[in-house]
Design a protein around this ligand. Structure first.
Ligand SMILES: CC(C)(COP(=O)(O)OP(=O)(O)OC[C@H]1O[C@@H](n2cnc3c(N)ncnc32)[C@H](O)[C@@H]1OP(=O)(O)O)[C@@H](O)C(=O)NCCC(=O)NCCS
Length: 180
């Protein structure tokens, strides 16, 4: 079986209800490196230095696609998808963060829905996963709104900046479960 070609290009924009996802450019490196160290984000997302952020944005791994999240023309966060290419287990995963000042307004679910639609419709995926920390109630609530369902606990799954290992929650979304 062959998979749809990756249609994403440097000019591609994915338009949601309130956010726009676009390909990163050099000018995004500093704002996103500043956002990712905000305490409410660094608690859950391993902080990246500016060089690591540049690499994530501009030289991502082959199976990873980074997007800048814009709201009202302003950079407010980052979302990425990664793909498991093995045909037997083909699926994609999503990770994201939003700057603290815009959290709690539904922009995260809008960004996830927008990227999920792209992964289902343009890349032919049938299943997406997301793996928040089991204690990250905000993230779990946001992902549940989009239609993700809990699969189970990933024990001592993620290492935090302080070196401790914390549990994760594996969640999944099948194509017919995406909520508008
Ligand atoms: C997780 C995240 C992407 C969710 O996006 P979001 O736009 O904030 O999601 P929502 O607006 O749907 O908020 C989710 C829930 O948390 C609550 N919430 C989130 N931020 C809040 C805040 N600052 N104050 C009060 N409540 C808040 C919302 O009320 C909502 O509850 P509800 O479902 O009962 O309405 C975003 O909060 C974020 O980037 N957090 C920090 C980084 C992170 O945890 N990333 C995920 C790693 S897996």
């Amino acid at each position: 079986m062959s998979w749809p070609d990756r249609p994403s290009g440097p000019d591609q924009r994915l338009v949601g209800d309130r956010v726009v996802l676009r390909a990163p450019v050099e000018a995004d490196v500093e704002p996103l490196a500043t956002i990712v160290v905000e305490p409410g984000i660094a608690r859950w997302w391993q902080p990246e230095g500016i060089d690591a952020m540049r690499e994530s944005l501009l030289q991502p791994e082959d199976d990873t696609q980074p997007w800048v999240i814009e709201h009202d023309g302003r950079v407010v966060g980052y979302i990425q998808s990664w793909e498991e290419p093995d045909p037997e287990f083909r699926h994609a995963g999503i990770d994201l963060f939003l700057t603290t000042s815009v959290q709690g307004q539904g922009l995260g679910p809008d960004a996830i829905r927008t990227l999920a639609r792209h992964l289902f419709e343009d890349h032919g995926h049938h299943r997406l996963t997301i793996d928040p920390a089991a204690a990250n109630a905000t993230a779990i609530a946001a992902y549940t709104k989009v239609g993700f369902r809990p699969v189970g606990t990933l024990r001592r799954y993620q290492r935090l900046a302080d070196g401790t290992w914390i549990d994760g929650l594996l969640m999944e979304l099948l194509v017919e479960e995406l909520r508008p």
